[in-house]
Design a protein around this ligand. Structure first.
Ligand code: IVH
Length: 718
């Protein structure tokens, strides 16, 4: 049926297939009108006709929620609520969890805990199991027992101040019932029950229909009515309302489950901590359970999997947390996740659909990545139209051809994957995919070094796709975090020639007149009237950033957030880092050795950094940027009274009382730098049993050596 013929049918009469076809057509059409209206100032249809399209899209979505597309026009509206909240810094970062997707992963997790803590098989590991609710996490601060403020998780370091909205939640104790520390952060999940969500959605659908009827009668109507997509989005949207009165009308609940910063210890086990929370008046998930040993996790997981559908709220797995808090402290964190907890997710959901095309995307380091374009299909509650194909070998191995019916898998929030094809459904004319050997963006050669799986564009900074991707990376939330400078704006600024390098962003104020002349940016920008002013203010706010963010923002290959932090911690200041990186471009130099010996960096990453600094244009762009932006020195937060603060340590040989991993993690907590090889810069070498050449080298260089007992004593734990 044609799109026009479909449009004439009543929504109630549409089959699922027809609805899918029409939603696809509506998404394209509405996006086109948005573009005409907002960017080109040249609308082709009346406001009433436009509203009718949006309404039709909503009504179909309300009837077929499983068909809601990733690019649905109804999804684009939601994001606007967040503007206008003040930022709040968390006392302790809010981190994420590593995932397990089966018993084997879970076993690997417990084995690594045993290794780290040096526990033998005899000693039972007790975990608390808690259903993992699909909501949004919040950080609640209590001072002298009174709730003082609350924030969303945000980027993990800073969230949005939603104190007034949280105060509308019945489950939130205004005062902690009973004795409490002077200051404590309590973390939990705000969520919405399935039945409440469905009732709210049904009411919204009715309201939307009534609004439509009024409009049909030629009466005046209020603003468009949003129909929420799923309980999670509904909860998030409800909590992030600028008007707390609206939040108050939403059926939001709260389960408390974790501790942030606390002025004094409150419990010795997680289990006892949950009891404290209950005692203070919080709701704690009643299904949470202390397991006698790690073997009990499998049975718990099976039981919850069975109960899942019958639960009144959505969950996507179970969180297992080591019960002993002293062990949690010793284990600490790696990257953004604790070593002592894991989220064991439910099995991924699968679906089949048709592969329409394979696109090649060019990333910021020039990597050519194939991406599958598919007929939209619902998997686990969302519509999927794209999936990752990883690299050319993967396409060949799975023998994926355009026109094939493919099996798709989606697990949690991970990008959907193509598992394979259904060979019986292959059309006769399907051709194997030929991976391009030139860059689709700039036409440069795309080469694949021997032994690597990735083909890369050799265009470097002359490749527009790479340049734009780098700029996008640079402004991202966990990098420079320049608000309002999204993908579209960067593309526009690049296309117009105003921004070619990161430093150019900080010189945009010189081009206000030019930008004012652009459609949708200047006087005719309507509700975006302050767009340019806001953008420039957001840029100004980032003239000073911590050194690790600055390093990460540069987008050097393999320098993710964790490695950027390691570098910043090691070199402290931008000047020192820059000088040492330049020196490290010489293979075999002292600086190169030092770089490669930083715990967690290693020679491969050292090479990557050296290659970046060996390119004159990279250095020029970096210095240009450093003239615009100040990268703040890293302060050693660790106890200044520790004899290891700011010192460089090397561990060698086998330690008796703790694993090497634990010793190194502890040294870092005390503000030390841990490196792998001994040099003149080393302050201490801790010598365990059967130490080899490193102990000898320490003696040669006159570096102070410590026995394990001395190390423990100086670290304050003898
Ligand atoms: S503990 C370091 N416990 O899962 C501890 N998180 O991937 C991290 N979540 O952002 C959090 N239920 O939104 C924890 N019982 C639970 C949870 C839970 C849901 C969410 C939370 C967090 C995410 C971590």
């Amino acid at each position: 049926m044609t799109d026009a013929a479909l449009r004439a049918r009543k929504v109630e009469a549409l089959t699922e297939e027809e609805a899918q076809q029409e939603l696809a057509a509506l998404a394209t059409e509405i996006a086109r009108h948005d573009e005409l209206y907002h960017r080109k100032d040249a609308p082709e249809i009346s406001d009433a006709d436009y509203d009718a399209l949006v309404r039709r899209n909503r009504t179909i979505e309300a009837r077929f929620p499983a068909l809601i597309r990733e690019d649905s026009p109804s999804r684009r509206v939601g994001a606007e609520v967040a503007e206008g909240f003040a930022k709040l810094r968390h006392g302790m970062p809010m981190l994420s969890l590593d995932n397990a997707f089966g018993a084997e992963d879970f076993l690997g997790f417990t084995a690594s805990i045993r290794r780290f803590l040096r526990l033998d098989g005899e000693q039972a590991l007790q975990f608390v199991a808690e259903p993992k609710i699909d909501g949004l996490s919040v950080n609640l601060t209590y001072e002298d027992g009174a709730f003082v403020r609350g924030a969303t998780r945000g980027d993990g370091t800073e969230g949005e101040d939603v104190t007034r909205n949280l105060l509308t939640l019945q489950d939130l104790p205004r005062r902690l019932d009973g004795p409490a520390p002077a200051r404590i952060e309590i973390r939990g999940e705000v969520f919405c029950e399935k039945a409440d969500f469905l009732a709210f959605r049904a009411a919204q659908v009715r309201a939307a229909e009534e609004r439509e009827a009024r409009r049909a009668r030629g009466e005046k109507v209020g603003p468009a009515i949003t129909i929420p997509v799923n309980p999670r989005n509904f909860a998030a949207g409800s909590l992030r309302q600028l008007d707390p009165e609206i939040t108050a009308q939403r059926p939001l609940k709260l389960f408390a489950y974790a501790m942030g910063e606390a002025s004094e210890p409150v419990a010795e086990t997680h289990d006892a901590w949950l009891d404290r929370l209950r005692g203070w008046g919080f709701q704690v998930n009643p299904l949470s359970e202390l397991l006698a040993d790690e073997a009990a996790a499998t049975a718990f997981q099976a039981r919850i999997t069975e109960q899942r559908a019958a639960l009144s709220y959505d969950i996507d797995g179970v969180v297992y947390k080591l019960n002993r808090l002293d062990w949690q402290r010793r284990l600490g964190f790696v990257g953004r996740a604790p070593r002592w907890a894991i989220a064991w997710k439910f099995p991924a959901e699968q679906a089949t659909t048709k592969l329409l095309d394979i696109e090649i995307q060019v990333g910021r380091t020039g990597a050519l990545t194939p991406r599958a374009v598919m007929e939209p299909v619902g998997v686990g509650g969302v519509m999927v139209t794209h999936a990752s194909l990883h690299n050319e070998d993967e396409i060949a191995r799975k023998d994926v051809r355009i026109g094939d019916t493919v099996i798709l898998q989606r697990a949690g929030d991970v990008i959907p994957q193509i598992l394979g094809v259904v060979p019986e459904k292959r059309p006769k004319d399907a051709q194997p995919f030929v991976f391009p050997d030139v860059c689709p963006a700039c036409g440069s050669h795309a080469v694949r070094p021997a032994g690597e799986v990735v083909r890369r564009c050799t265009g470097g900074l002359t490749c527009p796709a790479q340049t734009v991707e780098r700029l996008i990376h640079f402004t991202r939330r966990n990098a420079m975090d320049i608000e309002g400078l999204g993908v579209e704006n960067i593309q526009k600024l690049f296309d117009e020639g105003l921004v070619k390098s990161p430093a150019d962003i900080f010189r945009l104020a010189r081009h206000v007149e030019t930008m004012r002349g652009w459609e949708g940016w200047g006087a005719r920008a309507g509700k975006d009237a302050k767009k340019i002013a806001n953008l420039l203010a957001a840029i100004e706010a980032r003239r000073r950033v911590p050194l690790d963010r600055f390093i990460f923002a540069l987008g050097i290959r393999r320098i993710g957030e964790a490695n950027a932090k390691l570098l910043a911690r090691h070199y402290h200041s931008f000047a020192e880092w820059r000088a040492k990186m330049l020196a490290a471009t010489v293979i075999g130099s002292e600086a190169r050795e030092e770089l490669g010996s930083i715990q967690g960096i290693g020679p491969a990453i050292a090479t990557e950094l050296a290659e970046f600094f060996a390119e004159p244009h990279n250095l020029a762009a970096l210095d240009d940027l450093a003239r615009e932006v100040t990268a703040e020195d890293v302060e050693i937060a660790a106890a200044a009274d520790s004899p290891f603060a700011g010192r460089t340590l090397v561990f060698t040989g086998t330690l008796e009382t703790m694993s090497r991993d634990e010793a190194e993690a502890q040294a870092e907590r005390l503000g030390a730098k841990v490196t792998k090889s001994v040099s003149k810069k080393t302050d201490f070498v801790i010598v365990g049993a059967d130490a080899g050449s490193k102990a000898t080298k320490a003696a040669e260089l006159g570096v102070r050596t410590l026995t394990e007992a001395e190390w423990r004593e100086m670290a304050g734990q003898a």
